[in-house]
Design a protein around this ligand. Structure first.
Ligand SMILES: Nc1ncnc2c1ncn2[C@@H]1O[C@H](COP(=O)(O)OP(=O)(O)O)[C@@H](O)[C@H]1O
Ligand SMILES: O=P(O)(O)OC[C@H]1O[C@](O)(COP(=O)(O)O)[C@@H](O)[C@@H]1O
Ligand SMILES: [Mg+2]
Length: 341
């Protein structure tokens, strides 16, 4: 009997390092065998597997994306459901699953665990919005990519004396904006947790300009002005029916230019933040998660997700991992805001 691995939901750098960590430890220490399910829950529902032997995971820790593919398939929709999945697993000789994904994937994993399927979870979120773990892999890489981009925006902004607006990911939480904004010396950081007025943004921009700086405004895609009920969305819905975000930077830039007279340009970093090689930190964290997930399988920790607390890897029940978002606390925002303007 083998262990099946799947990656589900939005991708991020480090997924392959989790797969490698799990397979290596499973083979070396526990004499286990693995298969990979293709494209998240789709592969589980359709019984679409690929081999995961040692040769298949060689050298992949540094590779972005996921060698297994990913999707936003709901395992309960269409022909899916626990009975179909159990049938597939029995036929393929798969005893248990390691599901690597965010809160959506883990919500599905919880329902399947409740139906008797043996699953352990590995948290994935580039936004860093899961509260049951201190950090997840992918976040550090996204912050580094965003910081590099902002360093570049600042030199071109300085040359032209322009205000630069940099839009980063962050649907519900502003961690990428907060960290990349602090790292790059932004003059304003706008996050979903803190509705802000246009007047306040203008004051920060004008204050930076008054000191002779080319203002840099960092905005998370989920940010709302105090006049907005919902985050800006103009790109339809994703596969799970949620509004696709993005474009708030393009809303703010002309308004800043009109109100300050400072020529303003907006740049949306988008999926660049989720692509390419993971940082060393993310590779190490992801590898440790993968190894811990195999420990969880061996110790029958079904319905639990591995998690980072301080520097130790531990595990928490899916239900405790799903309830609350890891929002930017007021104190962290206030600390960053000292640097605004
Ligand atoms: N409560 C749920 N029950 C079953 N499937 C779910 C549930 N919530 C999410 N999913 C499935 O898991 C997929 C992955 O979730 P999503 O939020 O897109 O990514 P992530 O796992 O990265 O958070 C969703 O597209 C959906 O099909
Ligand atoms: O373009 P996609 O794949 O629909 O994903 C976009 C969304 O995924 C995110 O990157 C979140 O990813 P995580 O699930 O990894 O936290 C959001 O910031 C963004 O709204
Ligand atoms: Mg999600």
């Amino acid at each position: 009997m083998s262990i099946g691995i799947l990656t589900s939901g939005g991708d991020c750098p480090g997924l392959n390092a989790v797969i490698r960590g799990a397979v290596l430890k499973g083979i070396q220490i526990y004499d286990k065998e693995f298969v990979g399910f293709k494209d998240g829950w789709r592969g589980v529902v359709e019984g679409d597997v690929v081999p995961l032997e040692r040769k298949d995971i060689q050298g992949i820790a540094k590779q972005g994306g996921t060698i297994l593919g990913t999707s936003r398939t709901n395992p309960f929709e269409g022909d899916g459901g626990p009975d179909r999945i159990k049938e597939n697993m029995d036929r393929l000789g798969v005893e248990s699953l390691i599901a690597i994904g965010g809160e959506g994937t883990l919500a599905a994993a919880k329902r399947l665990t409740d139906a008797g399927i043996k699953i352990v979870g590995v948290p994935k979120t580039v936004d860093n919005d899961l509260s049951a773990t201190d950090y997840t892999f992918g976040f550090d890489t996204a912050v580094q990519i965003a910081t590099d981009a902002m360093d570049r925006l600042r030199t071109t902004g300085d040359s032209h004396g322009r205000c630069m607006v940099a839009e980063v990911m962050g649907r519900h939480v502003g961690w990428i904006a907060l960290h990349s904004g602090m790292a790059s010396g932004a003059h304003a950081i706008l996050i979903p947790e803190q509705k802000t007025s246009m007047d306040q943004i203008i004051r920060w921009v004008e204050s930076a300009r008054a000191r002779g700086r080319a203002p840099l405004v960092v905005v998370a895609e989920g940010f709302k002005l105090d006049t907005m009920d919902d985050a800006h969305s103009e790109r339809g819905l994703d596969a799970f029916g949620r509004p696709r975000l993005g474009g708030i930077g393009d809303v703010l830039a002309p308004e800043i230019e009109a109100r300050t007279g400072i020529e303003t340009r907006a740049t949306t970093l988008g999926h660049i933040q989720r692509g390419g090689t993971p940082t060393a930190y993310d590779r190490v964290l992801a590898t440790r998660y993968g190894m811990a997930a195999v420990d969880s399988v061996v110790h029958n920790h079904w319905g639990r997700m591995v998690s980072l607390r301080g520097t130790s890897i531990t595990h928490v029940a899916f239900e405790d991992a799903l309830g609350t978002l890891n929002v930017v606390p007021q104190s962290r925002y206030d600390e960053a805001a000292i640097l605004f303007g």
